[in-house]
Write a protein that binds this ligand. Structure first.
Ligand SMILES: [Zn+2]
Length: 309
């Protein structure tokens, strides 16, 4: 079998003789093969170069991202310092409020729980530590945030406690008799023993008599609930207010009672009118204050500067 042969004609432009080159098919195949290998090599090398360029670009972008994020962590830590200062100021106010509310200062142990390291392990810690200084920075930021968060929780709990205590104090003050129930003058003082003006017998006077005009307003001296409205021998028209905490007040000889049993009253509410019902020589209010079942001098429950609310 004879090999196929190829003739390549080289014809120059202009003058000059044409040349014919005769090549065998093997040579053609070899040339084509070499050409393919060379172009493939160029392709691979070119791709590698491009890929390397892309990698360099990407790693520069990552480096840049890293720097931006690390800077942000740094800035956050600086902000946390400011936040800690603010929380410290809150803490000072909290301690003052606790004193006002009649509470003991926050336990220093409890306060310290808001400082110190993070409670419990967290999984990101090791991976952050492996990063190096920037990772340590992030760990520190996390520790700061955890501490602040715990302190804020303690503050909220403490402030709620102080608020509750103050609200209770306010309620107790509102329910403590502090004003004279009617405008008048004391015609008979509180006495363990006195001669009754009508019965002429030695008897304790368990309240004070306030002489006033017939029909003058009688005001509740503190917040409470009307627990009794009745006619009682000697006392005439009378009513009782329970102020809670063992404090009870009673009003006798009224001409008219303006509230009914179960009515909630507050300081200054008009509850009755001065009269002379029962055993009485003229219009006056017989006013009693009872503490845990014992009559006490009502004058002790009239403050020179009444609590105004
Ligand atoms: Zn009396």
């Amino acid at each position: 079998k004879t090999e196929r042969r190829w003739t390549v004609m080289v014809v120059p432009h202009g003058s000059g003789a044409s040349r014919a080159v005769e090549v065998s098919q093997t040579v053609v195949k070899a040339l084509v093969g070499i050409g393919s290998v060379v172009s493939l090599a160029f392709l691979v090398l070119g791709a590698a170069a491009i890929s390397r360029g892309v990698n360099i670009t990407r790693s520069r972008a990552l480096e840049n991202e890293n720097r931006v994020l690390a800077d942000e962590v740094q800035r956050m830590r600086e902000r946390l310092v400011g936040l800690t200062d603010t929380l410290n100021k809150f803490s000072e106010r909290e301690q003052e409020l606790r004193l006002l509310a009649g509470l003991t200062p926050t336990d220093t142990g409890v306060q310290r729980a808001g400082i110190g390291g993070p409670a419990g392990a967290w999984s990101e810690r090791d991976s952050l530590a492996a990063i190096g200084p920037k990772g340590q920075e992030a760990i520190a930021a996390r520790v700061d945030v955890d501490a602040l968060s715990r302190r804020a929780d303690i503050l909220v709990r403490s402030l709620n406690e102080a608020y509750g205590s103050l609200a209770k104090q306010r309620e107790r003050l509102a329910a403590t008799p502090s004003i004279m129930p009617t405008a008048g003058w004391i015609s008979s003082a509180f006495a363990r023993e006195r001669i009754h003006p009508i019965l002429h017998l030695a008897r304790p006077h368990e309240g004070i008599d306030v002489t006033a005009k017939m029909g003058a307003a009688i005001e509740a001296p503190a917040a409470g609930v009307v627990t009794d409205v009745k006619w009682e021998e000697g006392y005439g028209n009378m009513l009782t207010i329970d102020h809670g905490g063992g404090l009870v007040t009673r009003y006798a000889h009224c001409s008219q009672i303006l509230v009914s049993r179960g009515k909630r009253v507050k300081r200054g509410d008009v509850i009755a009118k001065v009269g002379s019902t029962g055993l009485s020589t003229g219009p006056h209010l017989h006013y009693e204050v009872w503490v845990n079942g014992h009559a006490v001098d009502p004058v002790k429950y009239v403050l020179p500067d009444a609590i105004v609310d």
